[in-house]
Design a protein around this ligand. Structure first.
Ligand SMILES: *[C@@H]1O[C@H](CO)[C@@H](O)[C@H](O)[C@H]1NC(C)=O
Ligand SMILES: *[C@@H]1O[C@H](CO)[C@@H](O)[C@H](O)[C@H]1NC(C)=O
Ligand SMILES: *[C@@H]1O[C@H](CO)[C@@H](O)[C@H](O)[C@H]1NC(C)=O
Ligand SMILES: *[C@@H]1O[C@H](CO)[C@@H](O)[C@H](O)[C@H]1NC(C)=O
Ligand SMILES: *[C@@H]1O[C@H](CO)[C@@H](O)[C@H](O)[C@H]1NC(C)=O
Length: 435
């Protein structure tokens, strides 16, 4: 009988267990008087997102992360200390007297927001229902720091990617190192502001997929991404910023983008009934999505049925016939010897439905129409191709290229017309064939 616990004692133990639960209770703010310890949970007002310490699969290291609070499998969307893990449970996140959010372990500072705030004890950290962790100044309610400005591998609705020209801050996604290691990995998804701004998926410094320039309907490289879909894409290119964000058309749906540690860029939606995320779209699925697959001055087209997706643009020939016959197009194409495309009856031929060439080397002129664009391009012997900058109004603005053309690809749907400079002979042949 001695080995059995006394009922009252048992009851007291249950009671104790019950009383202990509120210790790990959830709040939605961190204040100077209310530090946040390993085991605590910060939950947004409508319980959509939670912030807490976690360990990745097969790891004992501790990270502070934000995850969806409404799905079954813990899915982290943001990490505070991805490159500075803590190796035990003694990490504390607090707001210090200078108003900064600070992660420390004993006396060791692990991470800090490091913003300058004028008054002491004057800020509070809060997790919003968008998944954004914000540091707010009490008196004027100004956000002095936000996690959305420092993305990890996930893009959430209302989060902006791109450059804030006023502060120089460039926000982009970076993959985890591996599913077990959330440290900064080698893949990134980033806005390049040269020429006409484009989003690139990169591995290290190597571009592997180009989302194409914004043509006012969407990003050319993603024709499926119509603005009438479940989300709205917005794009700004002003003196203050070059950035993009997406918002949801129906706020009771949910969607996000994740850059996997394997470089896979995927869009997810929330299946509420089963409380899980479902991948609905992923980038770079066809060979022509690979940046520079067919080298310079060529078009990549998997829909020709020819078995080889690379073709040189009119007036160009493979740089290496041998590689080309071995179906390696990466060497690209060069102008056929003896062709004259300068003030000798040259003109342009149209390639329909393509992702225009890499626009980081393009010249942009918003005030020209397509006819004006053609004229400008024809007048400069170095101008090799042109297209509309804005296709939403049936074609306005001008993008033109003054050198080799890179990464043109025929798209299954959407795409736009590209006009490529050819000599008088090809021009004549084309018009003969077309009549
Ligand atoms: C700020 O908060 C700390 C911790 O609660 C407290 O010790 C200190 O007196 C406060 N300082 C001011 C100026 O209110
Ligand atoms: C992670 O843990 C699982 C199950 O414990 C094991 O099967 C797997 O091999 C581990 N992976 C690594 C990379 O250690
Ligand atoms: C904090 O910011 C200051 C200037 O704003 C900078 O000099 C310092 O290096 C930063 N410290 C850390 C740890 O980022
Ligand atoms: C928004 O989505 C919810 C849930 O899927 C649906 O019940 C509702 O009808 C939708 N509202 C609109 C305006 O489409
Ligand atoms: C655009 O083209 C017009 C007409 O040629 C020219 O006057 C203007 O300077 C150009 N703008 C830019 C930004 O190049």
């Amino acid at each position: 009988m001695k080995s059995h616990m006394h009922p009252v004692k048992m009851f007291l133990q249950y009671l104790l267990l019950f009383l202990m639960l509120p210790l790990c209770s959830s709040t939605n703010t961190i204040t100077p008087n209310q530090p946040f310890r390993d085991g605590d949970l910060l939950v947004s007002k409508q319980s959509r997102f939670a912030l807490g310490f976690f360990s990745p699969r097969n790891s004992t290291l501790r990270y502070i992360g934000v995850w969806y609070n409404t799905i079954r499998e813990q899915t982290v969307v943001w990490i505070l200390n991805r490159d500075h893990p803590i190796n035990d449970n003694s990490g504390v996140l607090s707001v210090n007297t200078f108003g900064n959010l600070l992660l420390h372990r004993g006396n060791t500072h692990v991470w800090s927001t490091n913003v300058s705030i004028s008054s002491v004890n004057a800020t509070v950290a809060q997790l919003l229902d968008t998944g954004n962790l914000v540091l707010i100044q009490n008196d004027d309610k100004r956000v002095v720091w936000q996690s959305f400005d420092h993305p990890t591998d996930t893009m959430l609705p209302h989060m902006k990617l791109g450059l804030d020209r006023r502060t120089g801050l460039n926000r982009f996604l970076t993959s985890w190192k591996s599913p077990e290691d959330p440290g900064t990995g080698e893949y990134s998804f980033k806005l390049d502001v040269n020429g006409s701004p484009q989003l690139f998926l990169s591995m290290g410094s190597k571009w592997i997929w180009r989302m194409g320039p914004w043509n006012c309907l969407g990003f050319v490289g993603v024709p499926e991404m119509l603005t009438t879909f479940i989300f709205d894409i917005r794009f700004w290119n002003t003196g203050d910023e070059v950035s993009m964000e997406f918002t949801l058309v129906n706020s009771s749906t949910f969607s996000s983008i994740k850059l996997g540690s394997d470089g896979l860029y995927q869009r997810y939606t929330l299946d509420e009934r089963n409380r899980q995320l479902v991948a609905i779209w992923s980038a770079a699925r066809d060979p022509c999505d690979n940046y520079g697959r067919c080298g310079l001055n060529s078009n990549c087209d998997v829909y020709t049925g020819a078995g080889f997706e690379c073709t040189c643009l009119a007036g160009f020939e493979p740089k290496s016939q041998r590689d080309w016959s071995l179906r390696d197009g990466s060497g690209g194409c060069v102008r056929i010897q003896g062709t004259n495309t300068c003030r000798s009856g040259e003109g342009f031929i149209k390639i329909a439905g393509v992702k225009p060439p890499d626009a980081s080397t393009a010249r942009v002129n918003e005030s020209l129409n397509l006819e004006g664009c053609k004229k400008e391009c024809l007048n400069d012997c170095n101008c090799r191709a042109y297209t509309s900058a804005d296709v939403s109004t049936g074609g306005s603005g001008c993008l033109s290229w003054y050198g080799d053309l890179m990464d043109i690809g025929t798209l299954a749907q959407g795409g736009q017309d590209l006009f490529v400079r050819v000599d008088a002979i090809i021009l004549g042949m084309r018009s003969y064939l077309q009549n």
